[in-house]
Design a binder for this molecule. Sequence first.
Ligand code: ZN
Ligand code: ZN
Length: 189
Amino acid sequence: MANDNLLNIPMLLINSATYTPYFARFMSTPAAGGLAAIETKRIAQVTDALSAGLEQDQIAETGQFYAMLLIFQGHDGIDEGDKAAAVARLLKWKEQYNGTFVEETMERCLGALNNDRGEMGYIIKGVKVMLEAPLTKCGGGKGVCRRSMDDGQEPLSKCSRCKTSVYCGAPHQQAGWKEHKPLCFAPAF
Ligand SMILES: [Zn+2]
Ligand SMILES: [Zn+2]
């Protein structure tokens, strides 16, 4: 497939993982080192022919993922040649998909690469809310339980295994288990 080298299965999986608290913890370990540099090289190597074979959604997902990597890792260790070529590609996509979600994600990437504090602050705030959500609101009975960490009542208790989900009590932990189970494991980092 034409898009194999840009959005392959491992990259799609990692992109999904960026939306979990585990990812933020993983990104601070040596094992995650260099991911932003690797993705920069991949984007730098996208040709017009390869780009033409990509769906709009795939480009948006690439941009979203790349922005997350840049936020977590910065761009200090990235090869300057790769960075210049990647910026050129991001600008092409931004122009090509003007007025769509692609343009938005490209602006995030370019903002991160240019140390645009306004753009970065906006993204970091969003990421923080996303990562903290499971740690501040009862994860049982979605849409039913309104207990949160700062309502002044008894503190919510954390899932003892993963510590990335909180509950008001055993009944809601049980109610939320089916949804939480696929995300629950004791991380090695
Ligand atoms: Zn609850
Ligand atoms: Zn858990």
